[in-house]
Write a protein that binds this ligand. Structure first.
Ligand code: APR
Length: 260
């Protein structure tokens, strides 16, 4: 990435008061968390309809929990990478900021992000199907599968499954940020799942400068003002002016390898 490209965006960021960021699974890839649609993505290995739908949970809550328990144990050993940390640093400099993530791994908060909307929920929260109470549950591995609430009801992962509505307040905040921000940064998403995929377009239609950072082109690439293709953990720190642009990006210190 060129020096001028990075410093141009840094200049915009310095002048901007309102910044919004949308992330997807690609921002956690260098932490060792599998993405969904890449060559080794989760949806290549598993059928989403068997594991990530209300029907699948009704049919076999034990099987669904075994899969989520595996994902929780994997994520529990993963650490934020330079991309997560760059976004947390960006938040500290922006007067008005919102991070909208599709990820459920909790790594943005672990990296220090505070003003975060987790559009698709969080792996580390559970919800009782009987009384709807949500609680934090950090057991990895789970003691009981499927886990039960103190009221005796089944607990489910507090994540949004295919066919379910997103939390209304989170959605309202996300659209409000897209409509009012000056810069909209999109990192590590294939931009194919709605309603998150509409946010960059809405931001652009409302006058925001849209920047994409992704390993490969996506449906968003042709409409973003800037697209940077490569690893977010290598591109973002330079792009956001958090480390000098040395020429070829320096190797990104990888987080400790996640246990399989
Ligand atoms: N740096 C930047 N981008 C990367 C990296 C990386 N190191 N590794 C992968 N990517 C890119 C891929 O090229 C891909 O475009 O990240 C994107 C990940 O896309 P998906 O796997 O489709 O994940 P995401 O966009 O988050 O999926 C959205 O779909 O299945 C649902 O609920 C799930 O939240 C998820 C939603």
């Amino acid at each position: 990435m060129s020096r001028s490209g990075a410093s141009k965006l840094q200049g915009r960021l310095r002048r901007a008061r309102r910044v919004a960021v949308l992330t997807g699974a690609g921002v956690s890839a260098e932490s060792g968390v599998p993405t969904f649609r890449g060559t080794d993505g989760l949806w290549r290995q598993y059928r989403a309809e068997d594991l990530a739908t209300p029907e699948a949970f009704r049919r076999d809550p034990g099987l669904v929990w075994e899969w989520y328990d595996w994902r929780r144990q994997l994520v529990a050993t993963c650490q934020p990478n330079p991309a997560h940390r760059a976004i947390a640093a960006l938040e500290r400099d922006a007067p008005e900021f919102l991070l909208i993530t599709q990820n459920v791994d909790g790594l943005h908060r672990k990296a220090g992000s505070v003003r975060v909307v987790e559009l698709h929920g969080n792996l580390w929260r559970v919800r009782c199907v009987r009384d709807e109470r949500t609680t934090e549950n950090l057991e990895a591995p789970l003691q009981d599968i499927p886990p039960r609430c103190t009221c005796g009801g089944l607990l489910r992962p507090d994540v949004v499954w295919f066919g379910e509505a997103l939390p209304a307040e989170d959605l309202r905040r996300a659209f409000e940020a897209a409509e009012s921000c000056e810069i909209f940064l999109v990192v590590g998403t294939s931009a194919v799942v709605q309603p998150a995929a509409s946010l960059p377009m809405i931001a652009r239609e409302h006058g925001a400068y849209v920047v994409e950072v992704n390993l490969e082109p996506t449906p968003l690439t042709s409409t973003a003002h800037e697209s940077h293709h490569g690893k977010a953990g290598e591109i973002l720190p330079h792009l956001l002016g958090l480390t000098p642009v040395p020429g070829p990006p320096s190797p990104v210190p990888q987080g400790p390898p996640c246990s399989p």
